[in-house]
Design a protein around this ligand. Structure first.
Ligand SMILES: [Zn+2]
Length: 290
């Protein structure tokens, strides 16, 4: 066995669900018209940005020359909880749970840790509150922590490996981090609480962060075989997320005007009720009331 080869990162699960989502959205977009089409096009841009952001992270990890196992897009269901984790990175001491954000615009974090996205449209700033990715990631970690402490689950592979390999407590071995993948985004977290600031980094600082945290950690160092067992364990807990991302668009598509994308409204004429287009008289589409 070549020692140097062992030290290179292993991309254990390379693909996410984004591509499939994109395909479905594209199909709907081809059929949609008007405002709905614009909405779907916007969603396509968002999904594409998400994929591009994840590709950025994969690129950084691949070129890190740190021994690690990388799993992209892991979906875990446990009891009533679910976690869609962008990346699980198993290194020789720590397991990193990474939330990847790639958004257009700048990001502000206030002194309470609330996130706002700031986008400039036509010289004017538009502000929009977003769900904190830090909180989201903490919930992912909470699910794993719960799974780990579950007596019932301890019979399973998950905790058997954890308890046999992890010397310290769960929190000694996990780090939850949010990566801002858009290099153009300015992150203003001047007033953010320190514990939030510490969990928010840019993609190009990810490798330094992983190195630093591993160096600081007192955890037992795992060999390659153990690292691989962790990666296999995560993969075994992964299932396909059956949530229908395109459902809301498909439902709208079914209920809107096929000619112009306008809303269908119930109208009454001399032969009874029928559906007409809200863009009447520009659009003269009608449909029988079922
Ligand atoms: Zn119409």
């Amino acid at each position: 066995m070549f020692f140097t080869k062992d030290k290179e990162p292993v991309i254990f699960k390379e693909h996410g669900s984004g591509e499939k989502q994109l395909e479905e959205l594209q199909l709907l977009c081809d059929k949609a018209k008007g405002k709905l089409k614009e909405e779907i096009e916007q969603e396509i841009r968002n999904v594409k940005a998400g994929i591009a952001g994840e590709e950025n992270v994969i690129f950084e990890l691949k070129n890190s020359h740190i021994p690690m196992y990388v799993l992209r897009d892991i979906y875990i269901e446990y009891e009533d909880y679910t976690a869609q984790i962008d990346f699980v990175v198993v290194t020789s001491k720590l397991i990193f749970i990474i939330e990847c954000k790639n958004m257009y615009g700048n990001i502000e974090v206030d002194n309470k840790g609330a996130f706002t996205r700031v986008v400039e449209v036509g010289g004017r700033k538009r502000r929009e509150g977003i769900y904190s990715p830090i909180t989201q990631n903490e919930r992912h970690l909470a699910l794993l922590r719960k799974m780990n402490s579950d007596k019932q689950a301890q019979k399973g592979m998950f905790s058997k490996i954890i308890s046999s390999l992890i010397g310290g407590s769960f929190d000694d071995n996990y780090r939850a981090i949010t990566v801002i993948a858009n290099p153009k985004s300015v992150v203003n977290d001047r007033f953010a609480p320190k514990e939030i600031k510490n969990k928010l980094i840019r993609a190009d600082a990810l490798i330094e962060y992983i190195k630093r945290e591993n160096a600081k950690s007192n955890a037992i160092e795992w060999d390659d075989k153990s690292m691989k067992s962790f990666a296999e364990m995560f993969l075994s807990k992964h299932s396909e997320n059956t949530a229908d991302y395109t459902e809301r668009f498909r439902k709208q598509l079914e209920t809107c005007c096929p000619e112009c994308g306008g809303e269908l409204v119930l109208r009454s004429g001399k032969y009874g009720e029928f559906f007409g287009c809200s863009n009447y008289p520009e659009c003269r589409f009608t449909k029988k009331k079922a």
